[in-house]
Ligand binder design. Structure first.
Ligand SMILES: [Zn+2]
Ligand SMILES: [Zn+2]
Ligand SMILES: [Zn+2]
Length: 443
């Protein structure tokens, strides 16, 4: 820390850190960018990292995971919020008329893989977890009942009443197959909606489109479920109004049907999976009980969370990791062990369960949307970079050139990542961010 403070380049270093927006593990780049006049070949401007502190430029890591870098995850969360919101009320290139299109907020859950400790509330009162007057005793000697009223932070929440009875195989396979189950759900939904409307799929496409934005959330028991915004548009997407017969009620009926009928198989093990029976379908309205703002905030919140909220790791399991020694809860350890066991089976290599063991088998994208839902994260990033560039021009770092006449040649090299512990203290002070736990985060 002292060395950094005494470095003659300290001001420039502090400037880099501020520009990286409080990133906890910035990427180090070495390289240069040259701007040439396309007509004459004349070098107009050259930027090189040679003059930067330590000869490197520090740029944000752009992770979406809050446990790795809260600052970058916050940028991702805000972008996801804008993206989901644009699809609900317009903005960012989506017309405001989109807010009048029928729109649903749907939660698809996983089925049960065995009884787990839960917290249930009714009229503001916490109910007993699993109160059974005629509770059976399982083959492992565990009475299948729990009369505790669990607090919100009870570590037992989501853990099985009897781990030896729990279907760990099913839980892990469901996570692995859930992206396929989602894909089949969207197909079945379109087919059913066409049928309800008395149209063929092709005829439906000519009159209406169904758009999605979804996010995966881990439940405490370690399975994913999906929250989705499902919207009806005209044939050209959000810019065109849906036909008058295409109502939210009809869409809701099609959702109920599709969620109930779709299945996905893991053929080598003869296991078939479907959605759980808990299906939540609600209308999103500008002034009703479920507003567009609440939905966008909700989806964005889950976009930066991953399996670590179940009590597992936020990194890949390494071949030499001693599972028994990892600092995780027993339930997460068994889910990971099941991924390792199933992942070693030749017939299941496609599911890549070993690579995704730390995600408890889920290898899908956390937040996805169909092409026509709204703007893209890439477009939002490009807009921000353009804004940064404009700032650089006004502060004199980049000359103002016309994009069409200038050839830009960039050479970049990865030169490491992270901050030393002393630098972390300075960075936290400079950017007003929380200091990371000193636990080797900057690996
Ligand atoms: Zn970062
Ligand atoms: Zn319980
Ligand atoms: Zn048991």
């Amino acid at each position: 820390m002292i060395a950094r403070l005494h470095d003659p380049n300290y001001n420039r270093w502090a400037c880099q850190i501020k520009r990286a927006g409080g990133c906890r593990q910035p990427i180090h780049l070495r390289g240069k960018v040259e701007h040439y006049d396309q007509a004459t070949g004349q070098l107009l401007h050259r930027y090189s990292t040679i003059r930067e502190p330590d000869g490197i430029l520090r740029v944000p890591c752009k992770t979406r995971r809050a446990t790795r870098c809260p600052a970058c995850a916050e940028v991702y969360r805000a972008d996801t919020y804008q993206l989901v919101r644009a699809g609900l009320v317009g903005g960012k290139g989506v017309p405001e008329t989109v807010s009048s299109h029928p729109c649903l907020f749907v939660t698809l859950t996983a089925p049960s893989f065995g009884a787990v400790h839960v917290r249930r509330e009714k009229n503001g009162k916490v109910l007993p977890c699993h109160a059974r007057r005629d509770a059976t005793t399982c083959p492992h000697g565990q009475v299948m009942s729990c009369t505790d009223r669990h607090s919100v932070d009870d570590p037992r929440l989501g853990e099985p009443l009897c781990p030896d009875c729990y279907d760990y195989e099913g839980s892990v396979l469901f996570n692995a197959i859930s992206p396929e189950l989602w894909r089949r759900f969207t197909e079945a939904l379109r087919r059913r909606f066409a049928k309800l409307s008395g149209l063929t799929l092709k005829a439906l496409r000519e009159q209406a489109t169904i758009s999605f934005a979804k996010v995966a959330e881990y439940q405490r028991r370690g399975v994913v479920h999906f929250h989705a915004v499902i919207r009806l548009d005209g044939p050209d997407g959000p810019t065109s109004p849906p036909p008058s017969w295409a109502t939210a009620d009809a869409l809701g009926q099609a959702v109920h049907h599709a969620a109930a009928v779709v299945t996905a198989e893991v053929k080598p093990l003869s296991r078939t999976f479907r959605w759980g029976t808990q299906l939540d379908v609600r209308r999103i309205t500008m002034d009703g009980e479920l507003t567009e703002q609440a939905v966008a905030a909700y989806i964005a919140k889950y976009a930066t969370k991953a399996a670590e909220c179940v009590g597992t790791l936020d990194r890949r399991i390494q071949p030499l990791d001693d599972l028994a020694a990892l600092p995780i809860r027993e339930h997460a350890r068994r889910l990971i062990a099941e991924c390792m066991r199933l992942g070693a089976l030749d017939a299941l290599t496609d599911l890549r369960l070993i690579q995704w063991a730390h995600m408890l088998g889920f290898r899908g994208h956390f937040s996805t949307k169909s092409r026509r839902y709204s703007t893209t994260l890439g477009a939002l990033r490009a807009a921000r970079e353009e804004h940064m560039r404009a700032e650089e021009i006004t502060t004199g770092r980049l000359p103002l050139f016309d994009e069409d006449t200038v050839l830009v040649i960039a050479h970049w090299q990865y030169a490491g990542q992270g901050l030393s512990i002393g630098e972390q203290v300075l960075a936290a002070a400079l950017t007003g961010t929380r200091l990371a736990g000193v636990d080797g985060d900057h690996r």
